[in-house]
Design a protein. Structure first.
Ligand code: HEM
Length: 417
């Protein structure tokens, strides 16, 4: 049943999903459970100047709408901030905010960049890099896991795939963080826009450089690719590089951090992982479901249609909540229990349908390698202070996680210093 204002209880109305603080101040697990049970298509009223939008919380409808690129478009934005602002300036150029044939063509070009050959190279690098970083971090004992490990791996991986000089990674990381979410509760939206433009400028320079001096990297492949007989423009390339960085950095980082945090609390699951009682594959999938770093994505309706017993009108904003779908008790048995051997585990963490995450394979490799290194190099770990949560209405997770590792000397013996 769809619900408008009059039928919705006060506690639900009190949660403003646009406000980044809402996620830190409310029991969101209870909120989502109630929406799934009572208001699976819920109309979030406008707040001040901010327009209203539909909130879809059950797994079945989230999947159905992700798949539906006939009645829903991504070209007017695919995240709350752009949908609410009325559109995305990269529409029709950046894959995630492009529909139809142009999207398919761009995606095919980008998929070539993710060819087995390119990925095999990156896989090796992820493994070596992860083992090296974790070995050093664990030997050091205490530190901030975000800064020491989780910030470094995803960005290095994508940077390496694209052909970003390693010396530029730190600067790109700062810009990426500023453009998506913030450590500060009241970050001005302009700061995000500035950071976003700086990333685009950075890639414009790099594209010009690769056109002049081709290398064996994805950026060079893109400069040599065509869509419909036309070479990709600089702007096409820049937007899509940007989308790889944005799509692949913070999401993977937050998942790794949530994984470590969770393992400090779920000691039995840590024991099972370390003892080899659970597969790395099922453990990886469960941490992806558990962390759900991208809480939601969204679309705009192209036509009137019915869903979850309610009526969506053309031009309405429709938001799909992965974070709720991944805890839907209609699909997942005991969804609030972490079970590293959970199977099946068809979570919606990477979306679904035509825009299904292009980097899912890489993200899985990164997380699996981290789990593998972790279980070999440390006997256990604990928090040494309060973690800090990010402020965002798109992503969830932590920006600071102080931990102390106990080294497993036997496991570390083979790793270089
Ligand atoms: C799309 C999540 C890692 C690149 C998506 C979508 C989701 C998602 C939910 C669908 C968006 C939509 O339907 O509008 C995640 C999560 C990740 C992750 C949770 C890590 C845990 C990565 C990585 C890369 C990447 C590592 C790149 C190397 C992309 C791109 C798209 C996308 C380019 C757009 C695909 C398209 O529109 O066809 N991601 N992602 N992601 N992701 Fe990821």
């Amino acid at each position: 049943m769809s619900t408008r204002l009059a039928e919705v209880p006060e506690e639900i109305l009190a949660v403003n999903l646009v406000d980044t603080k809402a996620y830190l101040e409310n029991d969101m697990g209870a909120y989502w459970r109630r929406l799934r049970d009572e208001h699976p298509l819920y109309w979030h009223e406008p707040v001040g100047e901010t327009p209203g939008f539909w909130v879809v919380s059950r797994y079945a409808e989230v999947m159905k709408l992700y798949r539906d690129d006939k009645r829903l478009t991504s070209e007017k934005g695919n995240v709350l901030v752009t949908l609410l602002a009325g559109g995305d300036s990269a529409a029709g150029q950046m894959m995630a905010v492009t529909d139809g044939k142009r999207h398919k063509d761009l995606r095919n070009v980008m998929l070539r960049a993710f060819s087995p050959r390119a990925l095999a190279k990156v896989n090796e690098l992820v493994r070596a890099n992860t083992r090296d970083l974790l070995a050093r971090t664990i030997r050091k004992g205490t530190g901030d896991f975000v800064k020491d490990v989780a910030s470094v791996i995803p960005l290095t991986t994508i940077g390496n795939l694209l052909g970003v000089p390693p010396a530029d990674n730190a600067e790109l990381l700062e810009l990426t963080k500023a453009s998506l979410s913030s450590d500060e509760p009241d970050q001005a939206p302009e700061e995000a826009w500035v950071a976003r433009n700086e990333i685009l400028l950075y890639f414009s320079d790099l594209v010009a450089e690769r056109r002049a001096n081709p290398q064996d990297d994805v950026l060079t492949t893109l400069t040599q690719s065509e869509v419909d007989g036309e070479p990709l423009s600089d702007q096409d390339i820049v937007f899509n590089c940007y989308s790889l960085i944005l799509g692949g950095d913070e999401t993977s980082r937050l998942t790794m951090v949530e994984t470590i945090y969770t393992l400090t609390r779920e000691l039995e699951q840590w024991r099972r992982l370390r003892a080899g009682e659970v597969d790395l594959e099922t453990a990886t999938e469960e941490f992806l479901r558990w962390a759900s770093p991208a809480m939601n994505f969204g679309r705009r309706a192209l036509v009137d249609f019915e869903v979850a017993g309610g009526q969506v009108k053309a031009d309405d904003i429709v938001t799909l909540w992965n974070v709720s779908a991944n805890r839907d008790e209609r699909v997942f048995e005991r969804p609030d229990v972490l079970d590293l051997s959970r199977s099946p585990n068809k979570h919606v963490t990477f979306g679904y349908g035509p825009h299904f995450c292009l980097g899912a394979f890489l993200a899985r490799v990164e997380l699996r390698e981290m789990l593998d290194a972790l279980r070999s190099f440390t006997t256990g770990f604990e928090l040494t202070g309060e973690p800090r949560r990010i402020h965002s209405n798109l992503m969830q997770g932590m920006s600071y996680l102080p931990v102390r590792f106990t080294p497993d000397e036997a496991g570390l013996a083979g790793e270089g210093r």
